[in-house]
Design a protein around this ligand. Structure first.
Ligand SMILES: CC(C)(COP(=O)(O)OP(=O)(O)OC[C@H]1O[C@@H](n2cnc3c(N)ncnc32)[C@H](O)[C@@H]1OP(=O)(O)O)[C@@H](O)C(=O)NCCC(=O)NCCS
Length: 170
């Protein structure tokens, strides 16, 4: 569902996330980053995602607020590789409340985290999301992202007994 994110004419404000915001951010993330959202389980949403990123890069942990309601958040970090002079910005989580998506909140959060990353010397921003997340991919393309690369995830189920039959000698 799409609705006006500025119902009372209030200004959308993007600000630093604070400890008091953790529960709201956590619950918005729970609504968005379900097992259907990320079937690979490569990176799952839990409270440690918020606290770990907040501890390492609080300047890159943002919330978007209208009045006193938090509508979305962006959590990021920076990465430096040993043989590269480049500093990378990694936007780990970006989420907007389901009811108000496509109202510009995600763009506002991205604009601010990009500005902060640039200020920290970042030369390239990286994101990752599931290949099925067409809305998310559209969003990032709209922000200027390109060069999509697909990853392969594989699993080995250790709880299943080996059922491979022995070949008979010819
Ligand atoms: C991806 C997400 C953060 C975008 O936030 P948003 O507030 O809905 O995005 P905006 O309103 O700022 O959209 C900006 C542009 O992105 C594109 N876009 C956003 N949502 C889209 C959708 N559902 N389908 C197609 N394009 C979409 C559009 O081009 C849009 O521009 P337009 O409004 O001029 O057409 C939000 O949809 C979300 O929380 N999704 C679930 C979580 C997720 O996938 N996060 C990203 C990976 S961590």
């Amino acid at each position: 569902m799409t609705s006006d994110p500025h119902p009372q004419g209030d200004e959308l404000r993007v600000r630093d996330m604070s400890i008091d915001d953790f529960p709201v951010v956590f619950h918005i993330g729970e609504d968005l980053f379900t097992s259907e959202y990320s079937p690979s389980m490569y990176r799952t949403w839990d409270e440690y995602e918020i606290t770990t990123l907040f501890n390492s890069d609080s300047e890159l942990c943002l919330v978007a607020e209208l009045g006193d309601e938090i509508l979305g958040f962006a959590l990021g970090t920076t990465v430096e590789k040993s043989h590269s002079a480049w500093k990378y910005g990694y936007l780990v989580w970006l989420g907007v409340k389901p009811g108000i998506q496509q109202g510009g909140v995600g763009s506002a959060l991205f604009k601010e985290i990009k500005r902060r990353m640039r200020e920290q010397g970042v030369r390239m921003i990286i994101i990752d999301t599931d290949a099925d997340n067409t809305a998310g991919i559209r969003f990032f393309e709209k922000q200027g992202f390109g060069n999509i690369q697909q990853h392969v995830y594989m699993t080995l189920n250790l709880s299943r007994k080996a059922t491979r039959k022995r070949r008979k000698p010819a």
